[in-house]
Design a protein around this ligand. Structure first.
Ligand code: ACO
Length: 426
């Protein structure tokens, strides 16, 4: 096993230690290079480990995803989102008493302060739900900032509970705002996913009639999205959190990073793309565009930075997707036919096979959410709800051990020093 690597710079050899991972790739510790006046260059962080972490492990080639050592397939099959939240935060699966207490802790924190609800008055009904979610999550700092000590583990746990508890309530409020409907308060009798669906689609003052299949599919979506190690939004939470920023602000930064179509916005982009294709007869035309180097078009819901074989979450999501389609009786919906054809063609053609481009979780979650009657502009909001335990677990892990402010270097390619020229002489 390699213990160290040597690099030679201007005739001088520098030894760099190799740090051993419990699973997967070991890393070369380049921290000593700064003393030699050298920076490394790695745009997009393709070969850079930014931190140590004990939360989630991914092997992209083998299609493995594990939370705290438990394979995602087993968690999706046997556990609930609340169990997964506990696991990510605490490191172990809860026993029955611990789970009951945790569920109560979450339920008791779900209601949102009446005055705080007015934050939604500032938005028009046409506002994108993600813009409202960013603002509302960041706005929570106004309620919980004073007296918060981020270096106190109990305070961090309280912030984590508040964020996991409040996100479904705020997410449902963004939806109710877009349809100009009255908010529905959380119901302490309902489980997490059902509560969210009822706050979106229920009637104020009327008991929930959310179907068990839909509540279970939503819970599975949350489990599958709960964490994904150092992805763009989680790294953003860590970077913002490394400045010792308020946790609600750091998480709002994560929500913002998730919004982009290369990340959490992909599930929304999948549905937009299917609608743009519009008809099965045009699928090949869009496949050709995706392959054309001169066309920026990409097949949304295909490819992944880490998974270069298959996305294990997509496999679970595909099964859940079929259960929802069957329950809703819409297996022959035109957009779904287009999706199936796209998937088949992409799996058969060399361009996609050579580049290891497979349907990712967003492909199937987009279709499932659409079948559940969720409006397209809410898809990324739902991803954010699912990812919340991962964000807070990573934030807590970072704050709970020695860390440095995240501050990358750069390769400067701008002008060298030059003299200021008076405006009349330019
Ligand atoms: N459609 C067509 N071609 C693609 C696609 C796609 N969806 N994705 C990658 N490629 C091609 C690239 O053009 C490139 O081709 P080349 O080697 O001939 O230049 C090759 O495959 C490698 O692609 P990269 O962009 O280098 O891969 P990277 O790992 O940087 O990007 C990403 C991964 C951003 C996910 C990309 O595949 C993509 O944009 N996919 C569509 C958006 C999407 O579904 N995002 C969801 C990500 S998963 C998540 O956030 C949960």
């Amino acid at each position: 096993m390699i213990q160290k690597v040597e690099i030679t710079i201007d005739g001088k050899t520098v030894e760099l230690p190799v740090l051993e991972a419990t699973e997967g790739t070991n890393v070369v510790d380049v921290r000593g290079l700064i003393a030699e006046g050298i920076y490394t260059f790695d745009p997009g962080f393709l070969s850079t480990a930014s931190c140590e972490s004990r939360i989630t492990y991914i092997d992209g080639d083998k299609g493995i995803l594990m939370y705290r050592g438990y394979p995602i397939e087993e968690l999706a099959e046997n556990s609930s989102h609340m169990e997964v939240c506990y696991l990510l935060l605490c490191g172990e699966l809860p026993d029955q008493a611990q789970l009951s207490e945790f569920v109560q802790d979450i339920k008791s924190r779900m209601p949102v302060d009446d005055q705080f609800k007015h934050i939604f008055d500032a938005f028009s009904e046409s506002a994108h739900p993600m813009s409202m979610l960013c603002a509302a999550v960041g706005g929570l700092a106004s309620l919980y900032h004073d007296g918060l000590d981020i270096f106190n583990a109990q305070h961090r746990r309280e912030s984590a509970l508040q964020l996991i508890a409040k996100i479904p309530t705020l997410a449902a409020m963004t939806y109710r705002k877009t349809i100009g409907a009255k908010f529905i308060d959380p119901d302490p009798e309902l489980e997490y996913a059902e509560n969210f669906l009822n706050m979106c689609f229920g009637e104020p003052g009327v008991s929930s009639n959310v179907s068990a299949t839909l509540a279970s599919a939503m819970d599975k979506i949350f489990i599958l999205h709960a964490d994904h190690e150092q992805n763009a939004s989680t790294s953003t939470v860590r970077l913002a959190g490394s400045t010792e920023a308020d946790p609600y602000a750091a998480i709002a930064a994560g929500v913002a990073a998730l919004w982009g179509p290369s990340h959490g916005g992909a599930n929304e982009a999948v549905l937009k793309m299917l609608a743009e294709i519009g008809d099965e007869s045009r699928v090949q035309e869009f496949i050709d565009r995706a392959k054309d180097k001169d066309d920026p078009f990409k097949l949304m819901g295909f490819g992944h930075r880490v998974y270069k074989n298959f996305d294990p979450r997509a496999t679970v999501m595909q099964a859940s997707c079929h259960a929802v389609l069957e329950e809703q009786g819409i297996e022959d919906e035109p957009l779904l036919k287009i999706a199936k054809q796209l998937e088949t063609i992409a799996r058969e053609q060399d361009y996609f096979i050579d580049r290891k481009l497979y349907p990712n979780i967003d492909f199937y979650s987009g279709i499932t959410l659409k079948a559940m009657g969720i409006p397209t502009n809410m898809f990324t909001v739902i991803f954010a709800m699912g990812r919340m335990p991962g964000w807070v677990a990573h934030w807590d892990e970072m704050l709970g051990s020695p860390f440095k402010i995240g501050r990358p270097r750069q390769l400067y390619l701008g002008p060298s020093k030059r003299d200021y020229v008076d405006i009349n002489d330019r």
